[in-house]
Design a protein around this ligand. Structure first.
Ligand code: NAI
Ligand SMILES: O=C(O)[C@@H](O)C(=O)[C@H](O)[C@@H](O)CO
Length: 320
């Protein structure tokens, strides 16, 4: 994580999380170890045990990252009314259903109830803030603060302003996420899916295509990725990787030498859809692989591996 986990620049401030699901609960864990007061708002009658279970499962990994996890849950509370949840918020992190109409109606209500200087951020995977803010009076206030799952571990937050967002709001959002240990990056232009998810969607489409064609099973595909691209791209992204792949001639030589066959390969990439046959195949293969292990056990293993990668990379960077 980019800051010392002993730093607590936002300690004591209130973070209101709208939606206590997969992402909201993970955000709650990270906000809590940063000593924020966390209010989770969600109409689900089971939201409290659901969030507390995910927070409890996340804390050991956060301790491995250097956070003090002692008694952090004392700062966690729940509120079923979204407007009531945000009245003292420094930050509102929206983590509700990925539906434009839901987010549009929500931001109208949140804008009326939250403090005028509260940070209003959507976790949305794909919906730009300029689609979400249509019912807001002051449209300069909303930004996307898109995390990668799980937000309590994965460093990236894509901060995506709209053309109406003030530079001050963008700067405040970047400062907040970086101040709680994330790696916040401003995405300069709105586009559906932003950057990371567009890359992920391209790769996942080809992944689904390869499995649907019987080239590999879904766990074999994952094994290929984690033993190649996963390691490579954790250390050097697509462009640096191919710059190095070009040898002393760098990316220029890579493109001259291997550009034409890659362009040809682009013509052969597959298409995929979650049609009934594909869903049945994925479900059947899932049942024979990941489906035999609980969500929490899989998450615990994932967290341990991600912490090892994050700490390992941090150690190399610190020694550089
Ligand atoms: N799951 C993922 O891998 C990621 C999801 N996201 C984004 O985060 C957001 C949430 O996604 P998930 O946590 O995966 O969904 P989820 O389905 O796990 O959680 C959504 C939560 O919203 C609650 N909810 C429904 N109506 C509500 C309302 N009126 N007020 C308050 N809460 C309400 C539900 O009860 C549920 O707990 C989406 O915008 C998604 O695109 C972003 C990054 C990764
Ligand atoms: O993969 C992630 O963690 C995020 O980038 C996502 O937004 C979700 O996977 C999903 O919504 C991709 O569309």
């Amino acid at each position: 994580m980019p800051i010392s986990s002993s730093d607590r620049p936002f300690a004591g401030k209130t973070a209101a999380i709208i939606g206590g699901g997969v992402i909201g609960a993970s955000w709650a864990a990270l906000f809590l170890v940063n000593s924020l007061k966390v209010i989770v708002s969600d109409p689900d009658p089971e939201v409290e045990p659901k969030v507390k279970a995910i927070v409890a499962a996340a804390l050991p990994a956060l301790e491995e990252l250097g956070y003090n996890i002692a008694d952090v849950e004392r700062n966690l509370s729940f509120e079923s009314d979204n407007s009531q949840a945000v009245i003292d918020a420094y930050l509102v992190q929206e983590c509700g259903p990925e539906k434009p109409a839901f987010k549009q109606a929500l931001w109208k209500a949140i804008e009326a109830a939250a403090p005028k200087n509260a940070l209003l951020c959507s976790s949305s995977s794909t919906i730009p803030a300029s689609v979400q803010f249509t019912e807001m009076t002051d449209q300069s206030r909303l930004v996307v603060g898109h995390p990668f799952n799980p937000p309590h571990l994965m460093p990236l937050v894509e901060v995506v302003p709209t053309p109406k967002t003030t530079p001050e709001v963008t700067a405040q959002a970047l400062a907040f996420y970086n101040g709680i240990g994330k790696v916040a990056r401003e995405i300069k232009k709105e586009i559906t899916g932003f950057v990371a998810n567009r890359l992920q969607a391209a790769i996942f489409r080809e992944s689904v295509f390869l499995v649907s064609q019987g080239v590999v099973t879904l766990d074999e595909l994952d094994d290929v990725v984690t033993n190649s691209l996963g390691i490579r791209w954790a250390t050097s992204g697509p462009f640096l990787s191919f710059h190095l792949g070009g040898g002393p001639g760098g990316l220029t030589h890579f493109i001259e030498h291997l550009g034409p066959p890659m362009e040809a390969a682009w013509q052969h990439l597959g298409t995929a859809a979650f049609d009934d046959a594909t869903k049945a195949l994925l479900t059947e293969q899932l049942g024979r692989s990941y489906g035999t292990t609980s969500f929490y056990a899989l998450s615990e293993t994932r967290d341990a591996k991600e912490v090892a990668v994050i700490n390992g990379l941090s150690a190399v960077e610190a020694a550089a």
